[in-house]
Design a protein around this ligand. Sequence first.
Ligand code: GTP
Ligand code: MG
Length: 290
Amino acid sequence: MIEEVPVRRLNRRTRGERNKRRERYFIFNDSYNYETESDVLTDEVSPPPTPPSSDNNNLIKNNKKVSAMGHPKTSYASKNSEKKDHLYKILVIGDLGAGKTSIIKRYVHRFFTQHYRATIGVDFALKVLNWDENTLIRLQLWDIAGQERYGNMTRVYYKEAVGAFIVFDVTRVNTFESVAKWKSDLDSKVQLSDGSPIPCVLLANKCDQPKEGLINNSHKMEEYCKENSFTAWFETSAKDNINIDEAAKALVTKILENDTLLNAESSKDEGKFSISKETNAQKNGKMCSC
Ligand code: GTP
Ligand code: MG
């Protein structure tokens, strides 16, 4: 006797199944990229630079493990003895060919190539900063393809990000015109835990080349950035290594500020919670004794 198989199962996957497959795909990509050891580099922000200890490397492994379990935790701080350890997810977005991948390559690998290969979907890199003698910062950089066809995935990519760079190409004014669109896409899809927009730094890339448009007027650029709530803006060149470290420093400084504020808020809330719990317990105690 021939077993009857429901036709729907043969032809189509349910939405749940499709989502699961998609999730597996991203988890694989995430873990895969973190296995590339060359993606982990230590920066020399403050002397003397100390390479990540074996303990720190464990944290990277732990992070990978967490991601592999499908719960990527991308912003945390652990206080290991005296040293604070932060992991921050940073997005790098902007139009096709603006130089996002080149900026990341320059920042993480200290390397530049004229050869252009469009990013497909998303790529990852990890930058480790010895911020000060008490603070180690890991930046998980999400290099998101500028191609329109990946635009509908941005909500997935932006999840849990705590900072962003929007990159445009100073030689192509249309890439600057898209900046506002990228910014509103970002602000509508990701916020900090208090609902405020995540800090975002604008990068006017390829400043080693002749510039087109508003970028030639720095006063107007300032105004534009204020109106559109950018944390800061920088003229950068991945080719000549101009302002990339400085831009990252500005973004991380803002992220740390937010982190301190939000932590202070949440410990206040915890305080409130424990007081009200105590009051309830006292009330209950009184009720019991009556
Ligand atoms: P997608 O992945 O397609 O979104 O592009 P992208 O934004 O990642 O651009 P990518 O970094 O691949 O750079 C595109 C082209 O611009 C490459 O040929 C780079 O060599 C070149 N480029 C990037 N940054 C600079 C720069 O600062 N100066 C100059 N002159 N060329 C640059
Ligand atoms: Mg790219």
